[in-house]
Design a protein around this ligand. Structure first.
Ligand code: 5GP
Length: 191
């Protein structure tokens, strides 16, 4: 999506470790009209999929998921991060390796919020190595629900998550696909 790519070029900052900082419009301060355009685009792409729930992960996925959900007219469920080792039996849980912080944590969803028969669209801000997306897919499938696909704002295609998950047969629609990031050459997008 041109609008998102242009904003990344204008306001994105490159940090060490191939991290793109977009906190002036996506994951600290949020440009709601830009995210609304993202939501409309994911609706155009997935409107015929019979989506019944949108699933994301706290914290930065929540805002974009909520705006997207207005288009679909369905609830948003967000997986909660937990440091607790005592995970209650009424939750689905899965492990995530944090790309930006390096540590591992559990994410939880109460069983009553994703059920057999749900058709789940997963929304997240970034796709890098795919740990967060894999955890959300695992939770959805453990619930007996169907993953209709994933809508990602920024995919760093030079990291392997997207290719790996697509190869397993999942549909991923990323609105900005970055082919490389470097201090010398800046941010490049896939054609
Ligand atoms: P993955 O699990 O695919 O390795 O990483 C995805 C998660 O890590 C996203 O939910 C996002 O919060 C975070 N993340 C990964 N790469 C970046 C990045 O370049 N910039 C920012 N701001 N977050 C990132």
């Amino acid at each position: 999506m041109k609008l998102l790519e242009e904003r990344i070029l204008k306001d994105g900052k490159i940090l060490p470790g191939d991290v793109l900082k977009v906190d002036s419009f996506l994951n600290h301060q949020i440009d709601v009209s830009l995210i609304n355009e993202c939501g409309k685009e994911w609706y155009r792409l997935f409107e015929n999929e019979g989506v019944t729930k949108i699933l994301t992960i706290e914290a930065s996925g929540i805002g974009i998921a909520c705006i997207t959900a207005l288009n679909f007219g369905v609830p948003v469920v967000y997986a909660k991060k937990s440091k607790s080792h005592n995970i209650a039996g009424d939750c689905y849980s899965s492990k995530v390796v944090s790309y930006t912080h390096g540590h591992t944590y559990d994410v939880l969803v109460y069983k009553k919020y994703i059920e057999k028969g749900d058709r789940v669209l997963i929304i997240d801000d970034f796709l890098a190595n795919g740990s967060a997306l894999k955890a959300l897919i695992a939770i959805t499938e453990r619930a007996g629900a169907t993953v209709v696909g994933a809508g990602i704002a920024v995919e760093k295609v030079f990291q392997e998550g997207g290719n790996d998950i697509r190869a397993r047969g999942y549909r991923i629609e990323s609105l900005a696909k970055i082919s490389s990031i470097s201090a010398e050459n800046g941010i490049k997008f896939c054609d």
